[in-house]
Design a protein around this ligand. Structure first.
Ligand SMILES: [Zn+2]
Length: 299
């Protein structure tokens, strides 16, 4: 009786586990992005990501400053994992970075970061700017602390993704040394590697984080939930050709994971904003100055 129950329940649990973690998708053929909507209806939604940001169509806006907390702190221990779709980094020990301000309503905490790349340096990023692709895109996924990591992935406003594009540099970016070493240890699907003294998140990102595009969108992998406030930074992270090439060497089921980017999706009725980086205090001073000049002229 018990054995009978086990033989019936275990396969169900395995299927539920796989389904819940959306392992049954890929980037080619029958599992490719055009088929995702057959199993995951949200992938057919009207507010999907990534998108092609056309700078002539964006709206200028002065958002409050983004406040980065603990981004400068050392990640004492990180866990790098090959999940078959990307390389993902989680924080095991160390203060979890937080962000608030900008277009965000609430405080968001680090969940994980991962990467998207292409078969060569001419493509690989998910979001594009003026039809231009970039060779690699890093997504720092953060959840609204009001909901917690699991509930946040199902609620509008639950997640923000800080997205960093890369550019080719003649020199290696030394801040990526630990990550690059880790890539060699996670070549196979489901392999992982603990990395001590990983460095800080500040080191992996750009210095200028004032200038960014922002829009409301979705996860770029199934279940494609439309719960993400995207923050796409304008300045790129420089990496060498060799450093980017290392990402293409990791394996997925049935071969190398040479590309893992979803094609751009229609913007439909959404607006994309550009934060010009002028702080509110400066705006206030400018407004006060204009009022003062106006009063002086009229007295
Ligand atoms: Zn991503």
């Amino acid at each position: 009786m018990i054995l009978d129950l086990v033989t019936k329940i275990v396969p169900f649990l395995i299927l539920t586990y796989i389904g819940g973690n959306c392992q049954d998708f890929g980037y080619d053929g029958d599992e490719g992005p055009v088929h995702w909507g057959e199993k995951y209806s949200q992938c057919l939604g009207k507010h999907q990501s990534p998108i092609d940001i056309e700078t002539s169509n964006v709206l200028m806006k002065n958002f409050p400053p983004l406040k980065f907390e603990h981004f400068q702190h050392e990640v004492h221990e990180g866990l790098l994992e090959n999940n078959g779709h990307t390389v993902i980094l989680k924080i095991i020990r160390g203060k979890r970075p937080r962000i608030q301000g900008g277009p965000l309503k609430g405080i968001y905490e680090f969940s994980q970061l991962h990467f998207h790349w292409g078969p060569n340096d001419t493509l690989g990023s998910e979001n594009k700017i003026n039809h231009q692709s970039f060779p690699l895109e890093m997504h720092v996924v953060m959840h609204n602390i009001a909901y917690g990591p699991h509930k946040a992935a199902k609620i509008y406003g639950g997640l923000t993704v800080l997205s960093f594009l890369t550019s080719i540099s003649p020199n290696d970016n030394k801040n990526y040394d630990k990550l690059e070493e880790g890539l060699l240890e996670v070549q196979f699907v489901s392999s992982n590697k603990s990395i001590r003294n990983f460095g800080s998140l500040d080191n992996l990102t750009t210095v200028d984080r004032k200038h960014y595009f922002t829009y409301e969108g979705s996860l770029t992998t199934p279940p494609c939930s439309e719960v993400v406030t995207w923050i796409e930074f304008v300045n790129t992270v420089p990496l060498s050709k060799e450093q980017i090439k290392a990402f293409r060497s990791i394996s997925t089921t049935g071969g190398r994971l040479t590309h893992n980017f979803r094609p751009v999706q229609p913007i439909n009725d959404r607006f994309v904003y550009y934060n010009s980086g002028i702080s509110h205090s400066k705006t206030t001073i400018t407004v006060l100055y204009v009022i003062l000049v106006f009063l002086l002229i009229n007295t």
